[in-house]
Design a protein around this ligand. Structure first.
Ligand SMILES: C[S@@+](CC[C@H](N)C(=O)[O-])C[C@H]1O[C@@H](n2cnc3c(N)ncnc32)[C@H](O)[C@@H]1O
Length: 243
């Protein structure tokens, strides 16, 4: 199974069934006095097995998850809070489990580095996965001669980005996936995503972007595609490709 989040969920479900139907009753039959969190620990250990070889950072998550569930249940917190928390995280992270791109923001140093490279004349700039719209808004304010566009798939970050760009005539935001955006009209395309979508996105950029335009990736290179220039700024590596 390719998607590790789905693998994690299914292995938790399978481990829960094994512990609830087999291990816990067996321990009870032996008359052992065991700590109340033991079933959670057993479930977590079993659910970690699919991650022993790769993506090992899931192991602590898999072990802690059922234990945290037992602790949370023991606190007798109203289930409404969990529903609200789930909905809030849902509108912020949306389909991160599918895209495997979480929300984190471009720092000021990187924004200033990009600003310094933008021309004085007219140009079109796109931020693919624009998050809270901060980068597009900052650049649009500083470069009134350019036109800035952000596309964001998660609803709450998109709305925040839209609000930030509302008073800037040269900045616009769209809700949806960058996969549906035609990149042929842009002179600069910026992406700060994760290693997972980079090969597909780079292929799209090569296919659609016009000659002479620039594709920039913050932090994530593309396997087998050497960048024309790399710059380390604010602790991040920026990769530049001239199309
Ligand atoms: C690391 S954040 C970068 C935010 C912003 N570009 C910045 O630099 O401050 C990546 C964003 O991309 C969004 N994202 C992930 N996959 C996407 C897709 N296919 N289409 C549009 N947005 C996407 C995520 O929701 C997240 O907000």
């Amino acid at each position: 199974m390719k998607n590790p989040a789905l693998r994690a969920l299914l292995s938790q479900a399978a481990a829960f069934l094994l512990v609830a139907a087999v291990l816990s009753p067996a321990i009870d039959r032996m008359g052992w006095r065991t700590p109340p969190l033991l079933p959670g620990l057993l479930q977590g250990l079993l659910a970690s097995i699919p991650f022993l070889r790769r993506e090992r950072w899931w192991i602590p998550i898999q072990i802690c998850f059922p234990i945290m569930v037992l602790v949370a249940l023991s606190l007798r917190i109203s289930s409404h809070w969990f529903l609200m928390g789930f909905l809030l995280l849902g509108i912020i992270y949306w389909n991160t489990f599918r895209t495997r791109v979480p929300l984190y923001l471009t720092g000021r140093e990187v924004a200033m580095e990009l600003l310094a490279r933008l021309p004085e004349g007219n140009f079109e700039f796109a931020d693919l996965g624009s998050g809270l719209g901060g980068l597009a808004a900052v650049l649009a304010k500083e470069k009134p001669c350019g036109r800035f566009f952000g596309v964001e798939v998660a609803p709450l970050p998109f709305l925040i980005g839209k609000a930030r760009c509302m008073h800037l005539p040269n900045c616009r935001m769209a809700w949806g996936s960058y996969e549906r955006i035609d990149l042929s009209g842009f002179d600069f395309v910026y992406a700060f995503l994760s290693p997972v979508p980079m090969p597909g996105l780079f292929e799209k950029a090569r296919r659609e972007m016009k000659p002479g335009s620039v594709f920039v990736s913050n932090s994530f290179g593309v396997p087998g595609e050497k960048a024309d220039e790399t710059v380390v700024v604010g602790g991040r590596t920026l990769y530049f490709w001239k199309m």
